[in-house]
Design a protein around this ligand. Sequence first.
Ligand SMILES: Nc1ncnc2c1ncn2[C@@H]1O[C@H](COP(=O)(O)OP(=O)(O)OP(=O)(O)O)[C@@H](O)[C@H]1O
Ligand SMILES: [Mg+2]
Length: 265
Amino acid sequence: MDLLLDINGLSVFFGGVQALTKFSIQISRGDIIGLIGPNGAGKTTAFNATTGRIRPSEGSVFFCGQKITGWSPPRIARSGIARTFQNIKLYEDLSVIENVMIAAHSSVSYSFIEAILGVGRYSRDETRIKSRAYELLELMNLGEVASEQASSLPYGSQRKLEIARALALDPKLLLLDEPVAGMNPTETREFGEFLLTLRDNLPIGVGLIDHDMSFVMEVCDMIRVLDHGIPIAWGTPSAIRNNPEVISAYLGTDFNGTTVKHAKN
Ligand SMILES: Nc1ncnc2c1ncn2[C@@H]1O[C@H](COP(=O)(O)OP(=O)(O)OP(=O)(O)O)[C@@H](O)[C@H]1O
Ligand SMILES: [Mg+2]
């Protein structure tokens, strides 16, 4: 086992409201771990506390054996955790490929002068970054729209662009917040297959939040369930699907484990 992320006892308060209570999760290389729960359960808060956007009031986050609790979001990103957002965050006025290149730039360093003059390492890096960005776009089936404006893409493609951008950071861990929201069923199925291929071909781990239960159950090895900020279950897709506490937490919402075509475990 090659442990990447090790979160123990993480709690988050917003004012007097406890959004997350003693949350723990481990993600190793090769894992695809799901984080599910009804609206407001604290899923995004867990990602925000992991990536430094929110300070937890207790608990620890270790990444590759190093304690990263309290680190800034850019420092955490540089250490190898890339994420996407529930509310897509793209540079809307820039082209598709520029969005990916900007992310890649943040992982290389050269002097201001080199950048201004377009010389030395900058120009070499620029060529390398551009071809790498194209590769990532091709991987996400976005090669043909590389020069279009990011905001002109349909919603599902914008999600894929966010993932291409996250991959440009060469992450060890990818955290995806509702990656298939806004995708149609075909795009969702293709994305699930893509994720499994990615995991099989790159030395990375994946944590993902989603409300599309058949997608989550199909791609995840293990699933953590939150309800009102409290971890209520941890198990394989089939165990989670049949867990009475999980079913009851989802009563009245769209949890429907019975529509799952097949689970990995
Ligand atoms: N920045 C914030 N300030 C105050 N309250 C917040 C903040 N972010 C989240 N919350 C509250 O914390 C709780 C958990 O929110 P969170 O966004 O983590 O839920 P979620 O599980 O991601 O839900 P959804 O499935 O709707 O995205 C909610 O009650 C939410 O209103
Ligand atoms: Mg959320």
